[in-house]
Design a protein around this ligand. Structure first.
Ligand SMILES: O=C(O)CCC(=O)C(=O)O
Ligand SMILES: [Fe+2]
Length: 244
């Protein structure tokens, strides 16, 4: 069965974005959270404002992925069959995601406005777990393009806000990927929520956010699926030589 992504389009955004509430079940969410929690501690990279797992491995200095299979729990059921049914990666070079970042944010944590860059096909599919969070979108200015790290001055207001409920899927691609920055504010509460401020308001489902002007954040974990453009077969060769 194929479902049509088009019915989930966030029409008020200038680029291409799609939001699907209830993309995974409570049971699937719990299963993924358990798998993430049971990964060996060295899997986590601790950054100052969040922690992060990188699967199957970090890219090399030349933005190359050393080819290696994804663990089954990251493939099924999200990629197979859910992404496949929607054709999410059907036009990407490898036809499927080959790289996943798992970010965990406790209340008050976030990520500075940034862009994901040219190492990836311009499409990110994000599954949210645990708790809702607001993703802020900023149009890139000429100055941002000149600054290598694209950091924005504090206090600049986002142009768009996307509310990501737990168990939802957000797909951003094309111009929204290339011409905009995204970030998550380092705050404990997301406030001023409503159809006037949240661009995917009419695609939301959850009772925990719809009838309130704001909520206090819990721990939110995201799985961001991407297709790395440069892949080297060396990953498998090294494993073979090592006898693993
Ligand atoms: O957690 C998110 O939804 C965003 C993560 C992100 O922007 C990134 O890992 O590049
Ligand atoms: Fe990002």
């Amino acid at each position: 069965m194929t479902r049509d992504l088009e019915e989930f389009r966030i029409t008020s955004l200038p680029g291409e974005a799609f939001y699907i509430a209830d993309f995974i079940s409570d049971y699937e969410e719990e299963y993924l959270l358990q798998k993430i929690a049971s990964a060996p501690l060295p899997r986590w990279t601790h950054l100052s404002h969040r922690r992060l797992q990188t699967w199957p491995s970090a890219l090399t200095k030349t933005n190359t992925l050393l080819e290696s299979p994804l663990p089954p729990w990251l493939k099924s059921p999200i990629v197979e069959p859910k992404f496949e049914e929607l054709g999410i990666f059907k036009n990407s070079p490898h036809g499927a995601p080959n790289h996943i970042l798992i970010n965990e944010y406790t209340p008050g944590q976030g990520i500075m406005p940034h862009e994901d860059g040219a190492a990836y096909h311009p499409l990110v599919a994000t599954v949210s777990l645990g708790s809702p969070i607001v993703l802020d979108i900023y149009e890139k200015s000429r100055q941002d393009e000149r600054d290598a790290d694209c950091e924005l001055p504090n206090g600049r207001k986002p142009q768009f806000r996307i509310l990501q409920e737990r168990r939802s899927l957000l797909v951003t691609r094309d111009r929204l990927y290339t011409d905009f920055l995204h970030g998550i504010a380092e705050i404990d509460r997301d406030e001023d929520l409503g159809p006037h401020s949240i661009c995917n308001w009419f695609l939301l489902r959850g009772e925990d956010v719809l009838h309130k002007n704001g909520y206090t954040r819990g721990t939110r974990t995201s799985l961001t699926y991407r297709d790395v453009l440069k892949v080297s077969k060396m990953g498998n060769t090294i494993k073979f030589l090592g006898g693993k």
